[in-house]
Design a protein around this ligand. Structure first.
Ligand code: URA
Length: 219
């Protein structure tokens, strides 16, 4: 099967998925959309109201800002793939619960394996948590980490900047730096592939603990 065919198959599976309770309230699953051959995968948290209506990721206000951020990084939607850690809308845009994240994990893992990106950009705290334990977004945003041979860059969720205007320039600066990190990731990954080391963790650093009590609504 081609990568497009596999991604389409995953999308069809999410539409009929009943692995967690989020399927009861979904109007449309939001499996993700974009270029199956991209080197950069963006992963948000979960569909919000508009995404649930349309079945597409990041089509609300956060999506409009994400388009601007992609442009800052010299990218557009046609050349990246955008998905979420959970494919169905958590009611009231609450955070996905641990069993919902777990139930949806096989879809995300298969998307990652199929796309095989050089870089994964996580958007927001929940998505970051899929790859980085105990990270504190305010301390590690925009920095590179390595997870199973891939560069992972935790970014603030675009909606965070809509809620907190002082973050806007910070988020934009992180995306402006993204194109440099993409080049770095590509050459580092080629080196790992040639040394047959893909799949290994790059030695980690001690991460600052996330003690932030304040949680933003990110939709
Ligand atoms: N927020 C997300 O995390 N994902 C979307 O698709 C939309 C808003």
């Amino acid at each position: 099967m081609t990568p497009e065919e596999i991604l389409n198959e995953i999308a069809e599976q999410t539409k009929v998925c009943t692995r967690c309770k989020l399927h009861h309230s979904r109007k449309n699953a939001v499996p993700g959309v974009g270029n199956a051959y991209t080197k950069v995968l963006f992963i948000g948290e979960g569909p919000g109201f508009h995404e649930n209506e349309q079945g597409l990721p990041f089509v609300g206000a956060a999506g409009t800002f994400l388009d601007e951020l992609l442009e800052d990084a010299g990218l557009n939607r046609d050349e990246v793939f955008i998905t979420n850690v959970v494919k169905c809308r958590p009611p009231g845009n609450r955070d996905p619960e641990p069993e919902e994240l777990e139930a949806c994990k096989p879809y995300l893992e298969r998307q990652i394996a199929t796309i095989d990106p050089d870089v994964i950009v996580t958007l927001g705290r929940v998505s970051m948590g899929h790859f980085i334990n105990n990270g504190k977004i305010s301390l590690i945003h925009g920095r590179e980490f390595w997870s199973t041979g891939r560069m992972v860059i935790p970014m603030y969720h675009p909606a965070a900047a809509l809620h907190q205007p002082s973050l806007r320039s910070v988020v934009k600066e992180d995306f402006i730096k993204l194109s440099g990190l993409l080049k770095k990731a590509r050459s580092a990954r080629q080196r790992l592939v040639s040394q047959n080391e893909v799949g290994q963790e790059t030695p980690g650093e001690d991460l600052p603990q996330d003690n932030d009590a304040e949680q933003l609504s990110l939709f």
